[in-house]
Design a protein around this ligand. Structure first.
Ligand SMILES: Nc1ncnc2c1ncn2[C@@H]1O[C@H](COP(=O)(O)OP(=O)(O)OP(=O)(O)O)[C@@H](O)[C@H]1O
Length: 290
């Protein structure tokens, strides 16, 4: 299963574009979309989910044009939008049965499937409570469950980890890993560590454009050899920031330990090279966002 996207542009207004000449090929597995606010992540996901039409460009799923034939993907799609609204008076069973009816999912196994999904998102114990009484993280989890109801082959999750606590994040990761061998999964996040632990491949985006896409180690390679740490006097930090892109700082006795990106300038004296992370590579690839 392959989704081939070519030269996609979404022009919202004359001045405002959500995506600009965006091309990417997406295979089975988990692709994480990483990018700052306004990068175009939601725009891309909405177009793939066929709830928004591109201004220009093409999307082919296994050779089938899904702009002109959206039902081809809708039948096999699970989608969690960023602003997922729930029906406060329904409990989890009623809500999932309602969504199942809308998606045309039924049959004798429906209740069993709902039970499995509720267990997968850890909501079994709360399944008979009205959704309106759920916490933000619980609402997010019921949103994930509804996206999985029809056993999708293409799963699109816009900021799915918002509101999930660390334990739920791990559970969510396992849930997706189980599905990923047979499915295209596309998820977005601002949280680099979530993408790092969940995704197989990453697409780094900025201002409506694809900066790069690849497996995690290949993305991290962009920053290799460019990341250093050094201990400096606290009073020297503001001058240091003028010369280098500081990634993080921490206090160490009377000094400040600085992790920084060194690209064009000479490495600061007494620096130690350190292993690059996805966060470093992300900052390197999208330099004007922090
Ligand atoms: N309906 C709309 N009308 C006009 N401009 C829009 C609309 N939706 C999005 N945009 C603009 O398109 C650009 C991309 O927005 P998009 O929501 O796709 O980015 P994003 O990467 O998902 O950002 P965030 O992480 O903040 O959700 C932004 O500049 C945004 O302001």
């Amino acid at each position: 299963m392959t989704l081939v996207i070519k030269d996609l542009t979404k022009q919202y207004t004359k001045q405002k574009a959500g995506l600009i000449d965006y091309s990417i090929t997406i295979d089975k597995g988990i692709l994480g979309l990483l990018g700052p606010n306004g990068a175009g992540k939601s725009t891309l996901m909405k177009i793939i989910a066929t709830i928004s039409k591109p201004t220009k460009g093409t999307l082919f799923l296994d050779g089938e044009d899904i702009v002109n034939n959206p039902n081809y993907i809708r039948k096999i799609l699970g989608y969690l939008p960023q602003d997922f609204g729930v029906y406060p008076n329904l409990n989890a069973y009623e809500f999932l049965e309602y969504i199942a009816a809308m998606k045309g999912v039924g049959g004798a196994d429906l209740r069993k499937r709902i039970d499995i999904l509720l267990d997968g998102v850890n909501l079994t114990a709360d399944a008979k409570r009205p959704i309106g009484s759920y916490s933000g993280g619980m609402k997010q989890r019921i949103g994930i469950a509804q996206a999985l109801l029809n056993d999708p082959k293409v799963l699109i999750l816009d900021e799915p980890t918002v509101g999930l606590d660390p334990e739920e994040r791990v559970r969510f990761r396992h849930l997706l890993t189980d599905l990923a061998s047979d499915c295209i999964i596309i998820l977005s996040s601002h949280i680099v560590s979530d993408i790092e632990t969940i995704a197989d491949q990453v697409a780094v985006m900025q201002s409506g454009r694809l900066i790069t896409k690849g497996f995690l180690p290949d993305i991290i390679k962009h920053a290799e050899g460019k990341i250093f740490e050094v201990l400096i006097d606290k009073s020297a930090l503001s001058d240091f920031k003028l010369k280098y892109q500081v990634i993080s700082t921490s206090r160490q006795n009377e000094y400040t330990r600085v992790r920084y990106l060194c690209q064009h300038a000479e490495v600061a004296p007494n620096s130690t090279p350190v292993t690059a992370t996805l966060e470093d590579a992300y900052l390197f690839l999208t330099p004007n966002t922090k």
